[in-house]
Write a protein that binds this ligand. Structure first.
Ligand SMILES: [Zn+2]
Length: 769
């Protein structure tokens, strides 16, 4: 219905105007653009480098990255800028702006241009949508209708029929993905029409199959991760004129009544307002700055959230996307160049540049002075939308625009002691600091999953440690590694067994062996045939069987049957299990997928044995993929009942989909686990006495290894002749034992000798038949 309305309204605009070619004499086609860039490189190879850094999704066209400095062959530790000229096919004015800037920055020898080359590394992606540019010019394969001056997307063939489907004029382009709706923040909100429809046609703002489904967005993401731009711009042109001559910076979500600003909003508005004031509009005024308001998977919100790469979305021109008047085009280009140079000169730290925020420049190193990749965390300017910010691996540097004031900076890297410093950031340019992190002592950690026969079994270890976790797939069930001292929680999972979790503190070599048992019974809910009666609802909405998402089969259990949660709402689902007597092992596992507004909407997970006194076990917030979870219930073995409940609660604005649960499994067993179930002790080099001794015909030889090492364990007779070589192997740290059978040997005294690392010991053993 909504699709039909959209189509109708767009049909009112005459398509014929868009079939006219773009004025080729003063706009650059893709071939002309790339040729001009390569000509500039050939003329000044020390100042400009032009490289293909990836290709477009459908037609495999190169995407070019342009680098400009005083010596492009060298990677300098300098502030960087990254300007993207073109993302929407028909919005070609940005290409002309960026090409003029590239030309001036490469060829102009006045001091301000020399200074930019000498103090910055300047990067440009003239177009990240070469396919869309070709459609506008009528170039490239599959253009049966000729050029389309209104084409917006790339050419991704969505219907998998090999045919590029487009119509000249606004809308009705079945092929293609909107490259400004395909980014990894708020992706689900990227377009509002096609959330779960198995639609026959797409439309102009199609967000793609998943975040970064398009090679163009992946390439530009990689360039941000590589270049880590301090400032950037992406150019657009307003299709209708509604948004023209405006500059958008991240973000103001939540509407006028309950505004929710980006944590750096004061810095963002300082940069955005001052940049907009440099740009000359067609009436002689200036561009109008504003925070962006829609949570819709745009590039500039993502760059800021992902890495604090501040990117301004500038909408140039007036209502006409491609003025047919060269003078009008030139006026737009000239008017926009001061915006680019303003950001560059601000990155240089020039004192007479308008603005009140400079930037932090932290170099992180180890005690030997080597650069370190570390997280630089600014707790006062942070929220749940933001990803951790790291120093780069080459220089160990992180640059971040901040208000001019004192800031608390926490610097941390796994394996190192954290640093908390209060640093002052000035109003102009960089405020440089060097932070040295101290490496923590490391010791050997050995993890082993065993079955009831004490045999190691294939397992996945999830190691939760300082600000992160590692998932280790270990087919042998044995894992060892040098790990920093500190607190750990380890989950051990093995197919067909009840998983376990254990927490411990490492302050020396450490060995954790967990015995896993197979379940006697599994209470399993996959929600394929509805919601079983052990699940009950309370609150404003029901959790219900949902076909929107599933981990297996077609259905899951969703908080609220509607697509989006309401505002100011709370709903709880509780599952009740009768617990049999005589259990020794009990755990609940399941799959969860959640989509909850960061910092504002939450899901709380709690356990109870009586349905009235609850213990918190987890909180969900933000966006996840399907992931497995484990709630160990060993404390509830003696209870008659276990209740687990999930409560979703939302605030007064901005809704997301909520929480999906699937494949819930209560696993239990009456099996008694051996005393080796949890063996946790620091390790030494020890060769234990044989037991029994004397023996007939077999005895057990046991030894502990403090580190992984080559081991030989050999039995000699009284004459010193080797009679049995029991061990000759590289073994992990931890306790080991081997059973020696001497039924084919004569009674008498023998010697067992071990050689392992610093341990070289002999023990007397006596076979008495
Ligand atoms: Zn655009």
């Amino acid at each position: 219905m909504r699709t039909a309305l959209l189509t109708l309204s767009l049909m009112l605009i005459a398509a014929s105007a868009f079939a006219q070619p773009v004025p080729a004499e003063f706009y650059h086609s893709l071939d002309e653009l790339y040729q001009e860039l390569y000509d500039l490189e050939a003329a000044s190879p020390e100042r400009i480098a032009v490289d293909s850094v990836g290709h477009s999704e459908q037609d495999n066209l190169p995407i070019l990255l342009v680098k400009i400095s005083d010596d492009v062959a060298v990677d300098y530790d300098r502030p960087t800028v990254l300007i993207v000229g073109h993302i929407h096919g028909e919005e070609i004015l940005g290409i002309e702006i960026i090409l003029e800037a590239i030309t001036q920055l490469t060829t102009d020898n006045h001091s301000e241009f020399r200074g930019r080359r000498e103090q910055l590394e300047m990067y440009f992606i003239p177009t990240m949508n070469p396919e869309g540019l070709q459609v506008v010019f009528g170039d490239g394969p599959g253009l049966v209708h000729g050029p389309d001056r209104s084409y917006r997307k790339n050419k991704h063939i969505n219907m998998n029929d090999g045919v590029f489907k487009y119509q000249v004029g606004l809308g009705n382009d079945t092929s293609g993905v909107d490259l400004n709706r395909n980014w990894g923040l708020n992706w689900f909100h990227g377009d509002s029409l096609f959330h779960y429809l198995d639609e026959a046609e797409r439309y102009d703002y199609y967000r793609g199959a998943h975040p970064f489904s398009e090679s163009e967005t992946r390439v530009v993401r990689e360039m941000h991760e590589l270049v880590q731009p301090l400032y950037g711009i992406t150019y657009h042109s307003s299709r209708s004129g509604t948004f023209s001559e405006k500059l958008y910076y991240p973000w103001k979500y939540g509407g006028e009544q309950t505004p929710k600003y980006a944590p750096d909003i004061d810095v963002l508005s300082d940069i955005g307002d001052n940049c907009a004031a440099q740009i000359i509009a067609t009436d002689g005024g200036h561009y109008v700055p504003a925070p962006s308001s829609g949570r819709n998977a745009k590039m500039h919100d993502w760059t800021y959230a992902a890495g604090n790469w501040i990117n301004l979305e500038i909408e140039v021109g007036l209502a006409v996307l491609q003025p047919d008047d060269e003078a009008a085009k030139d006026q737009i280009v000239e008017g926009n160049l001061p915006g680019i140079y303003y950001l560059m000169d601000r990155a240089r730290g020039l004192e007479d540049i308008p603005g009140s925020s400079g930037y932090l420049e932290v170099h992180v190193q180890d005690q030997q002075g080597q650069p370190l990749v570390a997280e630089v965390f600014t707790p006062d300017f942070w929220d749940g939308y933001l990803s951790p910010r790291y120093t780069d691996p080459i220089f160990g540097v992180h640059r971040r625009p901040l208000l001019s004031q004192n800031h608390t900076i926490i610097t941390r890297a796994f394996g190192y002691g954290p640093d908390t410093s209060v640093v002052y950031v000035g109003p102009d340019g960089p405020s440089p600091y060097t932070i040295t992190l101290t490496r923590k002592p490391h010791s050997w950690l050995h993890l082993r999953a065993i079955d009831v026969n004490e045999d190691a079994i294939p397992a996945t270890f999830i190691v939760h440690r300082d600000f992160g976790s590692d998932t280790l797939d270990v087919p042998t069930g044995d894992w060892g590694g040098n790990m920093p001292h500190g607190d750990y929680t380890v989950e051990m999972w093995s197919d067909g067994y009840i998983p376990k979790v254990e927490s411990f503190t490492m302050d020396g070599a450490f060995y954790l062996r967990l015995g896993l048992v197979e379940p006697d019974n599994i209470v399993f809910d996959d929600f394929e045939a509805g919601v079983p009666p052990r699940w009950t609802n309370t609150g404003d909405f029901d959790w219900a069987q949902s076909g929107f998402e599933s981990y297996s089969g077609d259905y899951s259990l969703k908080s609220d049957p509607d697509l989006f949660l309401d505002v100011n709402t709370t709903g709880t689902v509780t599952v009740h299990y009768d617990i049999p007597t005589g259990l020794e092992s009990l755990a609940l596992t399941g799959m969860v997928n959640y989509d909850l507004e960061p910092d504002y909407d939450f899901c709380y997970v709690q356990i109870s044995s009586d349905g009235s006194n609850w213990t918190d076990v987890d909180t969900y917030n933000g966006v996840s993929d399907w992931r497995q979870f484990l709630i160990e219930l060993q404390d509830y073995l003696d209870e008659d009942d276990v209740y687990v409940r999930w409560t979703v609660t939302t605030d007064e604005s901005e809704n997301d989909r909520g929480v999906f649960l699937d494949d819930m499994a209560l696993l239990y067993s009456s099996e008694f686990l051996s005393v080796d179930e949890e063996t946790v002790r620091p390790l030494t080099w020890t060769f234990h006495p044989a037991y029994p001794n004397p023996f007939n015909p077999s005895t057990r030889l046991s030894f502990d290894l403090a580190e992984a090492t080559d081991v030989t364990l050999i039995v000699y007779d009284l004459t010193g002749r080797e009679v049995v070589r029991i061990v000759d192997d590289h073994l992990l740290a931890g306790p080991h034992h081997t059973d020696l059978d001497m039924s084919s040997f004569a009674s008498g005294m023998y010697f067992a000798r071990i050689n392992a690392g610093p341990m070289n010991e002999t023990k007397k053993i006596v076979l008495m038949k």
